[in-house]
Design a protein around this ligand. Structure first.
Ligand SMILES: Cc1ncc(COP(=O)(O)O)c(C=O)c1O
Length: 405
């Protein structure tokens, strides 16, 4: 019989996610379960919508949470707007662009992709050229590509898509509340994010927002479950029930349509994560991520390590560093966990064995984590006879913090 009480040791999580959850978020999850139509619970839902608008920088009415990990939000948006054979353009610059293309194909879109070499982002002219040639109905793109550490500028793309009446969908899973992101100002029609990154929650919710342009498309496809409305019919119905935004928004809206059973404790967590974000201040939280990134980069550089990819388009939340010559990827990562309780992430696909992905997101984005990590990495690299510059990394990071105060 398994009768040992569960015990999980605290880790410093410096991966792209999941990252350390804020203890106040975890505490919020221990509140008692109440019914999903309980007036107190409905109030919590409404309040998450209000706070969500501020965090997404939008006036969109439809700003709510989907039960599922971050990709469920992207899947819900794409399945709800793409009709079979509709043209979708997905510019890819890393693993999560491939994921969007995969979802769009499964939604039966006519999907056109382009690919940039890993470590680069698109210029607006490159995107415009593809859009003008392919004339898509939908463009779907990642903002912060956590597989490469690159952040794609979106402002010009947004303006152009709006001018051409194209629906622009963005994945800001790894940047929401960690990097500047302006849904309305950048003319983004729909956004999908995730709970386990800069919001410092466990994985399990996708946060989404979309405007009236998207609402119009999905409401034209609405078909309510037969058990709730026997008369509801629609030839163009959305090809998923669980992620059907036309039904989900009726649950989050005034009608309170009975759809799925809500993940009550996750909604408590979201309420608290949003509240804490706004209490800190969205701008201040973003500045905290930028400062910790700067200190991390200064430390890695002082050690003699080089950054992967275009230095002008780095995410402030995730850094990809080239693994130095003579270092064994897995051994260093294993030793970090074994001796220091620190987790960092390997590269994906062709970057496996070439880069380490180091995250400083949400509650993990703390000065203490950066300094401990730099000290630990330096010691382990020296211990394994890797040729780096000793004794400089933590000093360089400390300099950044001193200059900032
Ligand atoms: C940029 C980005 N998009 C999408 C995802 C997919 O999220 P999930 O694994 O929560 O479904 C991730 C996960 O790391 C991500 O970093």
């Amino acid at each position: 019989m398994i009768n040992k009480e569960l015990f999980i040791e605290h880790r410093i999580i410096m991966t792209p996610g999941p990252v350390e959850a804020d203890p106040r978020v975890l505490r919020a999850m221990t509140h008692p379960i109440i019914g999903q139509f309980d007036p107190d619970f409905l109030k919590i839902m409404d309040q998450t919508m209000i706070m969500g608008r501020e965090i997404f920088q939008t006036k969109n009415k439809w700003t709510y949470a989907i039960v599922g990990t971050a990709r469920s939000g992207m899947e819900a948006i794409l399945f709800s707007i793409i009709k079979p054979n509709e043209k979708v353009y997905v510019p890819i610059f890393g693993r999560f662009g491939h994921l969007i293309a995969e979802i769009a194909k499964r939604a039966q879109g006519n999907v056109h992709t382009s690919e940039k070499p890993l470590g680069e982002v698109y210029s607006f002219e490159e995107l415009k050229r593809e859009i003008d040639t392919f004339t898509p109905k939908v463009v779907a793109i990642v903002h912060g590509e956590s597989s490469t550490g690159m952040m794609q500028p979106l402002e010009e793309l947004g303006r152009y898509c709006r001018k051409k009446n194209i629906i622009l969908v963005v994945d800001n899973v790894a940047t929401l509340a960690g990097a500047p992101f302006y849904t309305d100002e950048w003319c983004i029609d729909a956004v999908a994010s995730g709970s386990q990154k800069c919001l410092a929650m466990p994985a399990g919710l996708s946060l989404i927002t979309y405007n009236e342009r998207v609402e119009k498309i999905i409401m034209e496809r609405q078909k309510i479950e037969q058990g709730l409305d026997i008369t509801s019919q629609n030839e163009d119905m959305i090809l998923t029930n669980y992620l059907d935004l036309s039904q989900l928004q009726e649950y989050w809206g005034e009608k309170r349509l009975n759809h799925h059973t809500e993940a009550t404790s996750m909604l408590y967590a979201l309420y608290e994560a949003y509240r804490l974000t706004l209490q800190e201040g969205l701008a201040e939280r973003i500045a905290r991520h930028a400062l910790n990134k700067k200190a991390l980069m200064a430390g890695l550089k002082a050690m003699g390590l080089s950054t992967f990819g275009d230095l002008n388009h780095q995410m402030p939340t995730i850094s990809c560093v080239n693994i130095p010559k003579g270092a064994d990827d897995a051994q260093i990562r294993d030793d970090l966990v074994k001796h220091y309780n620190i987790e960092i992430a390997p590269g994906f696909g062709s970057l496996k064995g070439k880069v380490w992905r180091i995250g400083a997101l949400g509650y993990s984005s703390r000065k203490q984590n950066i300094l401990i990590f730099l000290g630990a990495l330096e010691t382990l690299l020296l211990y394994h006879h890797v040729d780096i510059k000793p004794g400089k990394a933590v000093f360089a990071a400390l300099d950044v913090y001193h200059q900032a105060t």
